[in-house]
Design a protein around this ligand. Structure first.
Ligand code: CUA
Length: 307
């Protein structure tokens, strides 16, 4: 999560402004430091001197200098900043990939309306193609921030914010909610997977494909438990349930992490999560359903097979 290793046009714009300000202020710090050192040496109290040095008050030229000087500094910061704001707020091109980002307490929902794909906490985007995010939220204010790609952009209930960037290098980039949103704000992470266009196309195809019916055994047992318990009230699994509240689990097994980036997506971790979500993510909205170890592991095995 570093802003000084940008991998998108947007992040490069931010680093550009950051660089200007850094060099500018380093120059000012050097001038002020040298002047201070000179004054301390030149006017220091020497043994035997008791007289005050000459006192200056109301020196018009000096007063003007330290009013105009800072104003010029602010202007020097404002011009590249405003230019970068306009460049990064330009309307996205027509062929941009549209993604709706919804910030929830405490996870991220990503919908691709044109592709009819939905995922959670793991945003996939193709390298070299502009991505146009529309950000909205159903509960409190969150902030979308993936330092190497772009942001921060607040997710505000009742209004639509936009964020446009073009990632240029395939890789996995960590993101984090950057606006305090409650107990598990710090546990509201995400990953952005930037892929070559053909790999992204394969990911989309896999997201749209029907998951195979689980073979008899723990996975089939897990599906039966999932379908008969409160799980279906909150979670969507295409062809099984259509709960609108929690993350869409249709391709849960394809994700690298669970619980908004807290843990690797393994059957052991998912089992622990199902048994007691709030032990992993304090105040998580998902309740413990009172499943036995063996039932929770069966559900985790079923979910792991959804790819
Ligand atoms: Cu969501 Cu902080």
């Amino acid at each position: 999560m570093s802003t000084v290793m940008p991998r998108s046009d947007y992040a490069r714009e931010i680093l550009h402004v950051y660089g200007i300000i850094t060099w500018f202020t380093l120059g000012i710090a050097a001038i002020v430091g040298l002047a201070l050192a000179w004054v301390l040496t030149r006017f220091r109290a020497r043994p035997g001197t008791t007289a005050m040095p000459a006192q200056i008050r109301g020196h018009t030229l000096l007063e003007m200098a330290w009013t105009v000087g800072p104003a010029l500094v602010l202007l020097g910061i404002a011009i590249p900043t405003i230019q970068a704001v306009f460049r990064t707020q330009a309307a996205p091109p027509k062929d941009a990939l549209e993604v709706t980002v919804r910030g929830h307490q405490w996870w991220w929902e990503f919908q691709y309306p044109a592709l009819q794909v939905a995922t959670a906490n793991e945003l996939h985007v193709p390298a070299g193609r502009t991505v146009a995010l529309t950000l909205e939220g159903p509960d409190v204010i969150h902030s979308f921030w993936v330092p190497r790609l772009g942001g921060k952009r607040d997710v505000v209930p009742g209004r639509l914010n936009r964020l446009t960037f073009t990632a240029d290098t395939p890789g996995v980039y960590r993101g984090q909610c950057a606006e305090f949103c409650g107990v598990s704000h710090a546990n509201m992470g995400m990953q952005v997977v930037v892929e070559a266009p053909d790999a992204f196309a394969r990911w989309v195809a896999a997201q749209k494909a029907e998951s195979p019916e689980p073979a008899a055994g723990p996975a089939a047992e897990g599906k039966a438990i999932f379908a008969s318990r409160a799980c279906v009230g909150c979670h969507t699994i295409r062809g099984v349930s259509s709960g609108p509240i929690g993350p869409d689990l249709t391709t849960f097994g394809s994700r690298q992490t669970i619980a908004a980036g807290i843990l690797p997506n393994t059957i052991d971790n998912v089992t622990e999560w199902i048994k007691n979500p709030t032990a992993i993510k304090p105040d998580a909205k998902m309740p413990a359903l009172g499943l036995t170890d063996q039932q929770a592991r069966a559900v985790a095995t079923y979910l792991a097979g959804l790819k």
